[in-house]
Design a protein around this ligand. Structure first.
Ligand SMILES: Cc1ncc(COP(=O)(O)O)c(C=O)c1O
Length: 455
């Protein structure tokens, strides 16, 4: 193993070398927040060092806040670390005291959720439960929620489907795992937007998929380039409403081109429609799924942004001809969202609260986005124009990974556009969210802190 040195060139003591390896594993996401470390005895045997060396390494990291001890239960990676790297799940988790970090992405406005109403609905459902509700739930998800989703997508997204085409999953990651279990073979190619949402890549890699990066421009994914470079890929994963992270919409001609190609060559399009509810002006383009006469589109939605991420609830609408394959996959990977939560979401939708909440949030985010844009402008930053969504990109000239590193070190949860890229270099930028900025003053304070951090 490489001898690690301190900044003056001296070899580090063994326990510090181990501590450094552990922090690197945490930063790279290999060791996720909350994961349990082996006992010092096991680790010492594994590494061929004295147990005291491991104890010292753990002790140092506990003192620095990387690890925490939980008595008899053992030593764990701290839940309260700030996000430093893509793939690091803290970027979608609140900071330790429950407050979101400044600019933190992947979170809706936590202050605006009608929690009293939610607990009333959940309490009512709980009181209505009978002994039969204690039995094993349906693998595909609760019938009430699947029906509520059918009604919701019909009105809001012009998608026509039946409840048996809807599958509830524990988050978007599980929705993709289920899709891959139902339809993919190891080695199948999948087009990925470049730049694109990095956190889903480990899930796809786990299923043995081959990544086929396709560049994104002002009209969304460059479909023609995808067909030219990766004609044999079996899957296409897209965020057509507001491309994540650039925020552009996939143009109508490209939607048609993609559908025609998929229909002609029997390919699957996975439409990740994670934030299309949030648009601030004009009418959105219809989802690709609503144009899907040949039935080649698997549509994925999530309640993480429209309700809240602690629900860990997403869903799929799958074409009729793959319902049986998804049912078989769901037998192996049953939905793990508790029925009580699913039923409460169903009531929230059916009783009209969801529509009201979305209308309120559209207004709220429009305002918060404007506050942040103005505050950034006062600090001399520009913002790439976006049609909607809950994050924005600030173009920068200098190395964005380095700038994001400085911002993260100052406690600001921005991410570098380059870290979301796979193979195609392009403009540099910082990605950030505005959803939890509650006042114009807070926006100014955060923009000033960003300017200060990047000096
Ligand atoms: C591009 C994208 N897709 C999907 C999701 C939804 O993921 P989940 O349902 O696991 O919260 C997110 C959430 O951050 C996202 O950014």
């Amino acid at each position: 193993m490489r001898q690690e040195k301190d900044s003056s060139g001296h070899a580090l003591p063994r326990y510090q070398q181990i501590a450094r390896q552990l922090t690197q594993a945490i930063l790279s996401g290999e060791l996720a927040p909350g994961s349990r470390l082996p006992s010092s005895r096991t680790m010492a045997l594994e590494m061929g060092v004295a147990r005291a060396t491991i104890e010292n390494a753990y002790g140092e990291l506990v003192a620095q806040g990387w690890l925490e001890r939980r008595g008899q239960a053992g030593t764990f990676v701290s839940q309260t670390l700030s996000p430093a790297q893509p793939g690091f799940t803290a970027s979608v988790a609140p900071a330790g005291n429950g407050e979101p970090l400044p600019f933190q992405m992947g979170l809706p406005a936590l202050d605006a959720f009608p929690r009293a109403l939610w607990s009333r609905l959940m309490g009512r459902r709980l009181r209505l439960q009978t002994r039969f509700d204690l039995a094993a739930p349906q693998s595909e998800g609760e019938t009430a929620l699947r029906q509520a989703i059918v009604d919701y997508v019909r009105f809001s997204r012009s998608i026509d489907c039946q409840p048996e085409q809807v599958f509830i999953t524990a988050g978007y990651g599980m929705a993709m795992t289920l899709t891959m279990r139902a339809l993919a073979q190891p080695g199948d190619g999948i087009w990925l937007e470049d730049p694109g949402f990095p956190f889903i890549r480990p899930v796809l890699a786990q299923a043995g998929l081959r990544f086929c990066p396709v560049p994104v421009d002002g009209d969304g994914m460059n479909v023609r380039e995808g067909i030219r470079q990766h004609p044999d890929a079996r899957f296409v994963l897209i965020t057509p409403a507001h491309q994540s992270p650039l925020g552009v919409a996939l143009s109508l001609p490209r939607r048609r081109e993609l559908l025609d190609w998929a229909a002609l060559n029997a390919r699957w399009i996975i439409e990740d429609d994670y934030d299309s509810e949030f648009r601030y002006q004009g009418r959105p383009l219809p989802p690709v799924k609503s144009l899907d006469a040949p039935q080649r589109v698997i549509y994925a939605g999530s309640f993480s942004k429209s309700l809240f991420p602690a629900l860990r609830t997403a869903w799929l609408v799958v074409p009729p001809q793959c319902v049986a394959a998804f049912q078989a996959a769901a037998k192996q990977l049953p939905c793990t969202v508790p029925p009580l939560y699913q039923q409460t979401i169903a009531d929230f939708i059916r009783e009209g609260h969801f529509w009201r909440h979305l209308r309120k949030m559209r207004h709220c985010y429009g305002q918060r986005r404007q506050w942040l844009e103005s505050a950034l402008a006062e600090q001399g930053f520009s913002v790439t124009p976006q049609q909607g969504g809950i994050q924005l990109v600030v173009p920068v000239e200098r190395e964005d990974s380095e700038l994001a590193g400085k911002a993260v070190a100052a406690g600001l949860a921005v991410q570098a556009l380059s870290d979301w890229r796979i193979a195609h270099p392009g403009e540099k930028g910082l990605i950030m969210s505005f959803t939890n900025i509650a006042t114009p003053e807070q926006a100014r304070k955060q923009a000033r802190a960003l300017r200060e951090a990047l000096k």
